[in-house]
Design a protein around this ligand. Sequence first.
Ligand code: ZN
Length: 200
Amino acid sequence: MAEKGFAEHFVDDGKNFTLEKPAVLVVDMLNDFCKEGGCMVLQEGLEAVAPIANLIDQARTHGVPVIYINDCHRPGKYDKEFDKRTPHCIDGTWGAQVIDELAPQESDYCIKKRRFSGFFQTDLDLVLRELGVQTVVVTGVVTNICVRSTCHDAFFLGYKVVVPRDCVRATGPREQDSTLWDIETQYGSVTTSDMVIQKF
Ligand code: ZN
């Protein structure tokens, strides 16, 4: 068999992946990113709300941990992210809260982050190891920034990565396609939330 080249697109249509010891990560579904009046709104983010709500509902029913990864920056303090972006998701403000439609429940975990990756300088990896998680199903916004960074680190740390494409939104169609192309080729599986739910 010929060696696969760098340019090859590895497609996993979701039929072949398995979900060993899964957890669902909900990345940055926060008012500042999703709701009118937020300071960095991605309108398309709201399109992902219904499929994420259904997915985490099914996860809870099946005893699959639901873990929110929430951007959270200190009020009045410098943050490296503000070199490139307007200050956002300030701790204690409405903008830093999870949108009402996806409000965390008692059994869920909430982890604050102040970089794009949910793993960077947080205890996400520790929580996942304590729970015995092997597969992370990554949802939320935005595909090409925080979702992507979280997928990269999950892969680097040895987790299996699954991204349901209906549960993530990017800054544009080019970024969505490009990022999901890279994830399914280099880091994990890209599929649909229906396919994930079937395997819970
Ligand atoms: Zn941020």
